[in-house]
Write a protein that binds this ligand. Sequence first.
Ligand SMILES: N[C@@H](CCC(=O)N[C@@H](CS)C(=O)NCC(=O)O)C(=O)O
Length: 205
Amino acid sequence: MITLWGRLNSVNVQKVVFCLEEIGAPYERVEAGLQFGVVDTPAYRAMNPNGLVPTLRDGDLVLWESNAILRYLCAVHGQGRFWPDAAARALGDRWMDWQQTAFAPAMFRAFHDLVRKPPEQRDAAAIEDSRKATEKRLAVLDAALAKTPWLGGETFGAAEFAVAPHVHRWLNMPVARLSHSALEKWYERVMTRPAAQRALTLPVT
Ligand SMILES: N[C@@H](CCC(=O)N[C@@H](CS)C(=O)NCC(=O)O)C(=O)O
């Protein structure tokens, strides 16, 4: 049995839940992080020394870093569904790395100030910088999705698990947004999947 530690309002946990639900592997999810605590206990730190969520255990293997978890699950439990070939895998991998290094850092500040901080503690200039940086990233994503229906090319793949939760968060948080039609159509396609609905349909908090 696979065990996943992490609260469902964490975008990095949502990625893994989306993947597990899509794969259909039996798993249990243990609440951890923020109000649930757990992440500072010695037992948890022994699994994940960063004290962050998600952490996944599958048999003897314990993994942290959400995209490493996604790659493992797709490779071992995905039965070839998410990487039709090496080129499609590499094309999707690009977007997974982009999500971690470019997209998530750009939107972090706007999300934290607008969703997790009371109005009097928000920094309007920092939010605006973050909003502009995010829009630049989204323009890149939109241009790519105007050319292919999915991030890895012609088929739904592992990169969707990594990128969609962040897009979902952006589109559902109280921020001024530009419209990106290819991106919005891709998001609608993603959200028709029952696995995406199970992972993502909850308030952004
Ligand atoms: N790069 C890591 C980032 C993990 C991370 O920052 N997790 C956040 C939630 S999205 C966290 O653990 N926050 C503290 C907490 O929930 O206690 C990953 O992708 O797994």
